[in-house]
Design a protein around this ligand. Structure first.
Ligand code: GRF
Length: 200
C-alpha cells in the first residue's frame, strides 16, 4: 500500500481528484495518510476532514522565521510516515532539507507543459495569463519529480489541452484542471503505487 502525504494551499481540487480516484478505484493500492496546508483557510483542509483524513495546517505565520517553519513542516510530514509526498497546488518552494529527506519521493503537478511557463513566478492563474499573452495554441499540465529546483525535476506525465478562442485565464485554468491535472495526477499516483512508474 502506497502511503501518500498531500500538501495543499488552496481549493484542493487536485486533492479531491485523488480522493475520488481512490474511492472509485481509478487509483489502487494507495492511502492518503495525511494532508498538510501552509494556509489555515485552505478549503482543501475541509475536503480532507470531510473524508476523515488527518488534515493539519503548518503556517509560516506561526514561526519566528522561515527555517523554523521548514523544520516544523518537515517534522509534520515525517509524522505521517509517507512513502511519497504529493504537492497538489502547494505554493511553498520546499527547502533543500525537505527535498533531501524525501529525495526522489516528492511529486508536483504544474499547470503547463514544462519547460514552458514554469519556474519563478509561474503559479496558479499567472501561468494561464502568460499562456494567453504568448498566444500558444496548446498548453496542458505536467507531473514531475521535485528536485530542489522550481518546476525543474524529471518529467513523469504530461497531458495537452487546447487553448480556445475567447479563453480567459480562469476559463483556461478550469479546462487545464478538468482535462489534464485531475487526470494525470491520479494516474501518476496509481502508476507509482503499482510499480508502473519509478521515481528514482
Ligand atoms: C491550480 O491552479 C493548479 O493548477 C495548481 O494549483 C492551483 C490550485 O489547485 N497546481 P487546487 O485546486 O488547490 O488543487
Amino acid at each position: 500500500m502506497l502511503k501518500i502525504c498531500v500538501c495543499v494551499s488552496g481549493g484542493g481540487t487536485n486533492l479531491q481528484a485523488i480522493m475520488d480516484g481512490i474511492a472509485d478505484g481509478a487509483i489502487t493500492n494507495t492511502q492518503i495518510v495525511g494532508v498538510i496546508s501552509n494556509n489555515k483557510n485552505a478549503y482543501a483542509l475541509e475536503r480532507a476532514a470531510d473524508h476523515g483524513i488527518p488534515a493539519v495546517c503548518v503556517s509560516p505565520k506561526d514561526y519566528e522565521d522561515r527555517e523554523q517553519f521548514y523544520d516544523a513542516l518537515l517534522e509534520r510530514v515525517k509524522s505521517f510516515q509517507p512513502d511519497i509526498v504529493v504537492l497538489a497546488g502547494f505554493l511553498v518552494n520546499l527547502p533543500e532539507k525537505i527535498v533531501k529527506e524525501y529525495q526522489n519521493r516528492i511529486i508536483n503537478i504544474h499547470p503547463s507543459l514544462i519547460p514552458s511557463f514554469c519556474g519563478v513566478g509561474y503559479y496558479g492563474l499567472k501561468v494561464h495569463e502568460a499562456v494567453l499573452q504568448r498566444g500558444v495554441k496548446v498548453t496542458g499540465a505536467t507531473v514531475h519529480v521535485v528536485d530542489g529546483g522550481i518546476d525543474a525535476g524529471r518529467i513523469l506525465l504530461q497531458k495537452a489541452v487546447c487553448v480556445e478562442e475567447g479563453d480567459t485565464p480562469k476559463i483556461l485554468q478550469q479546462r487545464v484542471m478538468e482535462q489534464a491535472e485531475w487526470k494525470i495526477l491520479p494516474e501518476a499516483i496509481d502508476k507509482i503505487a503499482n510499480g508502473k512508474l519509478l521515481l528514482d
